[in-house]
Ligand binder design. Sequence first.
Ligand SMILES: Nc1ncnc2c1ncn2[C@@H]1O[C@H](COP(=O)(O)OP(=O)(O)O)[C@@H](O)[C@H]1O
Ligand SMILES: [Mg+2]
Length: 286
Amino acid sequence: MTTRLAWVSARDARGRDADEPLAVPALQRAGIAVDVVVWDDPAVRWADYDRTVVRSTWDYAQRLGQFLTWLETVEQVTDLRNPSPMLRWNLDKRYLADLDRAGVPVTETTFMEPGDRPHFPVGDFVVKPAVGAGSRGVASYGPTQHDMARVHVRRLQKAGVSVLVQPLLSSVAIDGEWPLVFFAGRYSHAANKRVVLPRAGTIDDLFADETNAPHVADAEQIVVAQKAVDVVAARFGVPLYARVDLVRDDQGLPRVLELELVEPSLFLPQASADALGHFVAALGAG
Ligand SMILES: Nc1ncnc2c1ncn2[C@@H]1O[C@H](COP(=O)(O)OP(=O)(O)O)[C@@H](O)[C@H]1O
Ligand SMILES: [Mg+2]
């Protein structure tokens, strides 16, 4: 049973984590003392917390080395959730290749390592860094924009970042994507999210503008998302929290766009009181 919990955020994320104002009071009502802390604040004494939960550390991608060191250090003295091997694996979108190998339907993806020649699919496509969140560094391009896309890929490669190229799924602009949230490995609730992705340009803020709405996931969506979560559970243990972002492919079938085990928003404002209860129970358990 957790009694003292660190809810870990980032300096620039303070006041922008929509889950926090719901979860923190609910945890306190459940008898768990919570501090909202900043991951790179040297004054935090991590050993004071029996559980440390990564939540809105949305600046980690820009300081990856420091964040990885922080994970290792903190894990020595407190029960870090999700645990650091799981987070490490999930910080790099090349995990999509592992999910694909495990039979999970994922968005069709080509991976380009630093040094690989950029090449693009027919039609519209998306370029994104393997390490990134909040749509930072993601842009879409059309068939006449290969020169610009090549500059984008090369810039990432030069910085030592692996690159993902995916066909642009037309349904994302129309229907958005569907985050499915899991607590303690079990499906809790879903939402619908629309992101405005820049054409041939990228986001500089902490995250792109989003419009969110509640969504009732259908059975087909839950099956696909659960499959992704089960792959994680088999490999690293059951994740305390997980979010699977599904999109619809051109055949109308659900595919995983992202699996988020590090710092996903959990769409608690769009969820029921039951969902909040499941989250609090998962945070307090064990
Ligand atoms: N293959 C794709 N087809 C259409 N839109 C995409 C595709 N990949 C990404 N996007 C858009 O870009 C946004 C950011 O990409 P995503 O893979 O979710 O990375 P991040 O980790 O930055 O959230 C998505 O929310 C979606 O709107
Ligand atoms: Mg995303």
